[in-house]
Design a protein around this ligand. Structure first.
Ligand code: NAD
Length: 412
């Protein structure tokens, strides 16, 4: 398995060639400011205790407080968390929100825990790292297998420790607890803003564009649903247990109902159209216009990059294409819309949530949607401008923009 942190450094090194970075800054950017590690010991429902390894990587805060999600997954590693924190730094700079980059993770299969155990683990995470968190220091948010409920347990624990309210210390909270309208769908919505922009600029009807989405969690679902509502044709969707294909298009909302009832998209049927089963691997090689990896890192590697037939890859997951795979894709004319642009809608609305909490404001959903769309289309057009000026691919252009902004903040 390709090491995501090595990939993140490689991407930074590729970009550095186009920016005249001095060595001191280049070296500083390659390493997180700090990586906090803890063993979280919790009491299980059966009275026993169990320990879970936990991380918080704070990569860079030159542009503002560290910001990044917390992931609960059995495959979490320190290297993964470090990579994700570095990507957050570039992402926040690229989308131009005043945050640095961080990421957290716990090595756990949350499905193996009861709700009470999950709450104890979430609170323990905060007890371990509280001294390094806060709305002006480091602001966590949900990521894989974490959600608004977990953010509320964490915020509650944090406020108990510091002895005062600090609602902006965690984002991705439920709306009734100070969360922002549109935060749940924000990551998918940001991706669809860019999708609309690309095809509207080319001048192709959305109904002529077919899409395959790998991963049907928060990001994959909302991307698929909003793309469907914008008249794109969602031909295939997969999750960890299987996938489905329909030549005339799937309705993501009814597919989600099926997933909620059965635990997977696999086995979905619809009387009005012909649905066939496909494996998650087959989905990646489908003959569609847009392929959307929305599950995890290292999905497209040297082993399967040659099979990709899509014209665009929308990296809604973080780090789904390895650098070696990208070389193959580029030589085959496939355009990668890089993760730091494609999935930056989530942190953008997290920023709006932070602003609302700090200013005691509540914004209407329409206001959030409009502001998000402005941010996404601005970042996309800035990147295209850099691409045209320097004749580089979209990832290099996105990195040039993000890294350059961080370097300017470091230089002051
Ligand atoms: P999630 O846990 O809600 O969903 C992950 C999905 O991936 C699930 O449907 C799971 O079944 C599926 N999956 C797992 N293995 C698979 C496989 N082999 N084939 C196909 N599908 C598989 O997580 P999420 O919040 O949607 O995050 C997904 C990705 O997006 C991650 O890389 C995350 O870092 C990134 N991301 C999330 C956000 C956010 O706001 N949630 C923001 C930016 C980036």
């Amino acid at each position: 398995m390709s090491d995501p942190f090595a990939n993140a450094i490689l991407q930074l090194e590729k970009t550095s060639k186009y920016l005249s970075l001095d060595n001191v800054i280049a070296e500083r950017l390659k390493t997180p400011d700090r990586v906090l590690v803890a063993d979280l010991k919790i009491v299980l429902d059966n009275g026993g205790t169990k320990s879970y390894k936990a991380f918080r990587s704070q990569h860079n805060n030159s542009r503002g407080p560290y910001k990044g999600g917390i992931r609960f997954h059995e495959n979490v590693t320190e290297e993964e968390v470090k990579a994700l924190s570095m990507w957050m730094t570039w992402k926040c700079a690229l989308i131009d929100v005043p945050f640095g980059g961080a990421k957290g993770g716990v090595v756990v299969n949350p499905k193996s825990l009861s709700e009470a155990e999950l709450e104890r683990l979430s609170r323990e995470y905060v007890r371990a790292f509280a001294g390094s968190l806060g709305s002006e220091v480091d602001i966590p948010a949900p990521d894989m297998n974490t959600d608004g409920k977990i953010m509320m347990w964490m915020l509650n624990e944090y406020e108990k420790i510091i002895g005062k309210n600090d609602p902006a210390a965690f984002t991705g909270k439920p709306v009734e607890n100070g969360g922002s309208q549109v935060r749940i769908e924000a990551t998918g919505m940001g991706g669809v803003s860019v999708l609309n922009e690309i095809y509207d600029q080319i001048g192709v009807k959305h109904s002529e564009i077919s899409i395959a989405v790998q991963g049907f969690g928060n990001v994959g679902y909302w991307f698929a649903k909003l793309a469907y509502e914008n008249n794109f044709v969602i031909k295939a969707i997969s999750d960890s247990k299987g996938g489905v294909f329909c030549e005339t298009g799937l309705n993501p909302e009814s597919l989600m109902k099926h997933k909620e009832e059965t635990g997977s998209v696999a086995g979905y049927d619809d009387v009005k159209s012909i649905i066939t089963s496909i494996s998650p691997e087959e989905l990646l090689a489908l003959n569609v216009d847009v392929l959307v990896p929305a599950a995890f890192e290292n999905t497209i590697t040297v082993d399967n990059a040659h099979d990709v037939k899509a014209k665009y890859i929308f990296e809604m997951a973080n780090g789904p294409v390895t650098p070696e795979a990208e070389d193959i894709l580029l030589s085959n004319g496939v355009v990668c819309i890089p993760d730091i642009l494609a999935n930056s809608g989530g942190v953008t609305v997290s920023y709006f949530e932070w602003l609302q909490n700090n200013n005691n404001e509540i914004w209407e959903a329409e206001v959030v949607r409009e502001k998000l769309n402005i941010k996404m289309t601005q970042a996309y057009s800035d990147i295209v401008g850099i691409q045209e000026e320097h004749n580089v691919d979209m990832r290099i252009a996105a990195y040039m923009l993000g890294v350059q902004r961080v370097v300017e903040a470091i230089r002051g």
